[in-house]
Structures are given as structure tokens and as C-alpha cells.
Design a protein around this ligand. Structure first.
Ligand SMILES: Nc1ncnc2c1ncn2[C@@H]1O[C@H](COP(=O)(O)OP(=O)(O)O)[C@@H](O)[C@H]1O
Ligand SMILES: O=P(O)(O)OC[C@H]1O[C@](O)(COP(=O)(O)O)[C@@H](O)[C@@H]1O
Ligand SMILES: [Mg+2]
Length: 335
């Protein structure tokens, strides 16, 4: 392989830049040319390419977002869009493509490979950490720390005013981010889509804490939680968020005056943590190794602190196991 492409796709995640940097420098080290694709699959279809050399990735290891920019591209969901994309890649001489993104981006990658023969390797990057075949995805650790920081700040004002706060965290349909941030942030209650909850029980626990002298209560809620009788909503329409319904219940049933805080896209930004820079560097480099070894339809991940290569199909379709033990521990420690 003489020339490879790299793109970032789907929701951006802190550490994507560090991953692109690793791809570029590892490939050049191996004597391979690298082309950056701007704006994910939209750039593939439009042929929006930029040649990347070692210096073009200087000063980005510490920057949030993605300098290649990202997109959600509907045209790539069609076979015609992907055929157009493959034509652009071939015209540019790109023989293999590294896709840094989430499950949706990987679905696009595997369809591109199966339909057109363009080789692809995925690098997991999403704050949601909802991808199987890797313990962590790039961006998750930074987002977790952003949420913890928000909890700490909100707890200050919650205590001053003796209030309860329902804080909504991202994660689409998954509660991984909420669980880890809620445990590490010391939330009084953690509500995630993977675990059924009883609003009476949640309110009783909060009320018991209030009566025992607690002057704050933090209820961390994943955006994907479902409440019986309510339709699934995400924070794209904050006014529909289930966090408001939960907040009203808590306000009305406990002695706590309650406020709701939707953290939103603040969770996607900021300088990546050391841990995210490390896994981004390791996975970016490993994706180049995999592509140059002739692999395709694969994803590189980190399992038990070792880089592992998996079939991308397993990463997309595999159910990432929710850690119920950790959830139980969080409940015990919160009371
Ligand atoms: N089923 C699909 N078929 C083809 N392409 C897809 C599919 N799902 C997602 N994609 C492509 O990947 C992009 C990113 O996916 P998305 O789900 O938005 O984010 P993420 O990759 O972070 O999960 C989409 O905008 C689309 O271009
Ligand atoms: O930025 P958008 O398009 O509003 O999407 C919000 C969604 O993207 C995320 O921040 C990240 O999800 P992906 O990594 O799968 O794109 C989700 O947590 C959230 O539900
Ligand atoms: Mg996704």
C-alpha cells in the first residue's frame, strides 16, 4: 500500500486529533503517504482531500474537536453515495481508509468495503463508549472528567441553596458514561437505560438523605433513560428531556427544591485527558499496522490494556456489556 486515507466521522470526541496525528506519523514512518479526508463521509463523496505530512499534525495532540472536521452524512447511507465515494478515493489513489468514529461510522465503513473493495480499519472514538470489542473508546475519559467537574460545581450551588439537581449526561442509548461519571462524581442517584428504576424508590432515598441532614442531592440521568409511559427522547430537544419529568417528580415528592441541568455538548469538547491521548496514539498507530498488514473490515481496540484487532462486524453488532456490579456498588456508595 502506497497511499492511505484517514477521516473522522460522527459525533466528535476529544482525542480524535491525537489519533489522526498517530496515523499520519506512523504511516509516514512506514513510507506510506497519507491523505486526510475533510468532514467525514461527506468529504469522501465530494473528494475533499488534503495531503498530510508530519508537520501538518504538529500542535494538535492537546486539542479537542477534530481539525479534519466531522459530519453526519445521509448520502453515504445509500449504495449510490458509497459508490461515488469509492470512485473519489480510487481517483486519488487511496487504497485503504482509516475511519475514526463510532458505530454508525463503522457501519458505513463495512458497507464501503463489502460493496467496493476499498479496505477499511476502524478506530473507536465516541464519548458514549458504546462500542464492543474495546474497553474504552477515545473521548470517553475526557467526557467523564467534564461531567465530574460539572457535578462538583453544581454540588457547590446545590448545597448553598439546599437543592436537589437532576443533571443529564449524554450517551445516546447507553449509560456507560453516566455510570462512571456518577460513581466517580459521588452522585446520590444514577439513572441509566440499562437498569430499570423505580421513581418512588429514588424519591424515598433522596428524602431519607434530606431528613438525615443532607443539604444537596445530585441525580445523574443518562439522556437515554426511559420512563414508563413516556416516549424515548434525547437531548436534541431539551424541552422534551426526561430529566425535566424526573426533576418535577423529585421536586413534588421530596422536601428538596429541584433544578434541572442539561450538560449537552459541553461534554464533547475540551483538551483530551492523558488517558485519551494515550489510547488515541496507540490505536491510531495500530490501525496503520493493521491496514499495511492487509487487514480489512477490522477495528482496533484496547482490551485489558492490550491492543486487539477485532472484526468490525463484532464491534458494531456485539452488545457491550453493562457493568451491573459497578452499578450496584455506585448505589451502595451513594447512600
Ligand atoms: N447504516 C449506515 N449505513 C451507511 N452509513 C452509515 C450508517 N450509519 C451511519 N453511517 C454513516 O456514518 C456517519 C456517522 O454515524 P453516526 O451514527 O452519526 O455517528 P457515530 O459514528 O459516532 O456513531 C453517518 O452520518 C453516515 O454517514
Ligand atoms: O451532536 P448531535 O448530532 O446533536 O448528537 C448528539 C449525540 O452525539 C453524542 O454526543 C455522541 O454520539 P456518537 O459518538 O455516536 O456520534 C451522543 O452522546 C448524543 O446523543
Ligand atoms: Mg454512535
Amino acid at each position: 500500500m502506497k497511499k492511505i486515507g484517514v477521516l473522522t466521522s460522527g459525533g466528535d470526541a476529544p482525542g480524535m486529533n491525537a489519533a489522526v496525528r498517530a496515523v499520519v506519523r506512523k504511516a509516514i514512518h512506514a513510507g506510506v503517504e497519507v491523505v486526510g479526508v475533510n468532514r467525514g463521509y461527506a468529504g469522501v463523496i465530494e473528494g475533499d482531500f488534503v495531503k498530510l505530512d508530519k508537520s501538518s499534525v504538529s500542535d494538535i495532540i492537546d486539542r479537542g474537536g477534530t481539525f479534519l472536521r466531522s459530519a453526519r452524512c445521509d448520502e453515504f447511507r445509500t449504495p449510490e453515495g458509497r459508490a461515488k465515494g469509492a470512485e473519489q478515493l480510487r481517483k486519488e489513489g487511496i487504497e485503504g481508509l482509516i475511519v475514526i468514529g463510532g458505530d454508525g461510522s463503522f457501519t458505513g465503513a463495512t458497507l464501503l468495503t463489502n460493496e467496493t473493495g476499498i479496505k477499511t480499519v476502524g478506530v473507536p472514538a465516541t464519548i458514549d463508549n458504546d462500542i464492543a470489542c474495546t474497553d474504552d473508546s477515545i473521548g470517553y475519559d475526557t467526557a467523564m472528567n467534564t461531567i465530574i467537574d460539572a457535578i462538583t460545581k453544581i454540588r457547590d450551588t446545590a448545597s448553598s441553596h439546599e437543592r436537589a439537581f437532576v443533571i443529564e449526561a449524554m450517551g445516546r442509548h447507553a449509560g456507560f458514561l453516566t455510570l462512571s461519571a456518577g460513581l466517580a462524581g459521588g452522585a446520590e442517584a444514577i439513572l441509566v437505560p440499562e437498569m430499570k428504576f423505580n421513581i418512588d424508590e429514588v424519591c424515598n432515598n433522596i428524602q431519607a438523605g434530606y431528613e438525615a441532614g443532607k443539604i444537596h442531592a445530585i441525580i445523574l440521568v443518562a439522556e437515554g433513560v426511559e420512563i414508563e409511559g413516556q416516549e424515548f427522547t434525547t437531548n436534541r430537544d431539551v424541552n422534551q428531556s426526561n430529566a425535566f419529568i424526573i426533576g418535577k417528580e423529585i421536586n413534588d415528592r421530596t422536601g428538596f427544591e429541584t433544578r434541572v441541568s442539561i450538560l449537552g455538548h459541553i461534554q464533547r469538547g475540551g483538551a483530551p485527558t492523558g488517558r485519551d491521548r494515550l489510547i488515541a496514539s496507540r490505536l491510531g498507530a495500530a490501525s496503520v499496522d493493521a491496514l499495511l498488514a492487509g487487514e480489512t473490515n477490522k477495528m482496533v481496540g484496547i482490551i485489558h490494556n492490550k491492543v486487539e484487532i477485532s472484526d468490525i462486524k463484532d464491534a458494531i453488532e456485539g452488545n457491550k456489556e453493562f457493568d451491573e456490579e459497578l452499578y450496584q456498588l455506585a448505589n451502595i456508595l451513594s447512600i
